[in-house]
Design a protein around this ligand. Structure first.
Ligand code: AHR
Length: 310
């Protein structure tokens, strides 16, 4: 009594609860380095559920590229229907992506880009425009502080990661021509602990820091701890600009300890589910899906906080 379904393995019709069209998706996550990452993982796990037609295989690479490559190879071996991942760094993916392609398994990138020349190695890349995020942060800094001769330090994300490369570039471009000067930059690996450590080092080395640009909220929150421990007032003696707008960051912004946050939306699960379904159905998908971000000053954070989802 059932008609042939146009795609899927079973083609057995669509009775409620039927799992014949379940999409097995292998997802290799960067790690659990930040509040942003926790929200991103939750969005993916909450969306790619059995009720929504997915069998999600999830692995955490602990910020190591070799772990991600291993996870992807294992998904290829298991012959999953789709592979998705958020690449820890930009370079070095061609070989494993070619293996997936040879096995006929479509790949979807979420959050971070790869620098492969061959864009047939993946179906779609869903994520924010990180250059624009850095630029928005830099433009606000110029608007607020140009003319004061500010000395800035930069807490960078994981070396070689797309958001680190792009936010640095966007910020540098935006402040070029102003009198804000970046006197030092170092990676804090997108974590609170390392952000604090790097900031402690900066505070020992320089006594004239006016501004911190942290590539994410967690490193900015670590910097706040270091600044307070050094007897200075974050948000006043030393201004702080970050990226992400997760709850803890927004709270610190509303409390006056951070001065400005550019959002990076982590809720990528729904777009990933939609694109995966389309790819499996053989439908055309957009190669690049840019996720829209907002930006918040202290007043805007106070207004937005009560309804914040993450
Ligand atoms: O790739 C997105 C970045 O990775 C987020 O800004 C940061 O918090 C996370 O670790």
């Amino acid at each position: 009594s059932s008609e042939q379904a146009p795609q899927g393995e079973g083609g057995e019709g669509e009775s409620a609860g039927s799992s014949t069209d379940t999409i097995t998706l292998g997802f290799s996550q960067v790690g659990a380095e930040s509040g942003w990452r926790a929200a991103n993982t939750k969005s993916i796990q909450d969306t790619l559920t059995a009720e929504n037609g997915f069998d999600l295989k999830f692995s955490d690479a602990q910020q190591k590229q070799e772990n991600q490559i291993q996870a992807i190879r294992s998904y290829i071996q298991q012959q999953v229907d789709v592979i998705a991942f958020s690449p820890v760094v930009e370079t070095g993916w061609d070989a494993v992506l070619e293996e997936a392609k040879a096995a006929g398994i479509p790949v979807i990138l979420t959050d971070r880009a790869v620098d492969s020349e061959d864009d047939t190695l993946y179906e779609s890349f869903i994520g924010s425009d990180f250059v624009l995020e850095g630029q928005t942060a830099g433009e606000w800094a110029v608007e607020q502080y140009d003319g004061e001769g500010y000395k800035a330090v930069e807490l960078q994300g994981t070396t070689g990661a797309a958001p680190m490369i792009d936010r640095q570039q966007g910020f540098a471009d935006a402040i070029a021509g102003s009198d804000i000067e970046i006197i030092d930059s170092q990676t804090g690996n997108f974590t609170r602990t390392e952000g604090k450590q790097v900031m402690e080092g900066f505070l020992q080395k320089y006594d004239d820091i006016d501004l911190v640009f942290a590539h994410n909220d967690d490193m900015g929150l670590g910097a706040i701890e270091a600044i307070e421990a050094a007897g200075k007032v974050p948000g006043e003696d030393i201004k702080i600009i970050t990226v992400d707008a997760v709850k803890d960051g927004m709270q610190a912004l509303a409390d006056g300890k951070i001065n400005f946050i550019v959002e990076c939306n982590p809720l990528l699960g729904p777009d990933l589910a939609e694109i995966a379904k389309k790819v499996i159905a053989g439908e055309e998908v957009q190669k690049r899906i840019v996720v829209e971000d907002q930006a918040f000053d202290q007043e805007a954070a106070k207004e937005a906080l009560p309804d914040r989802q993450y």
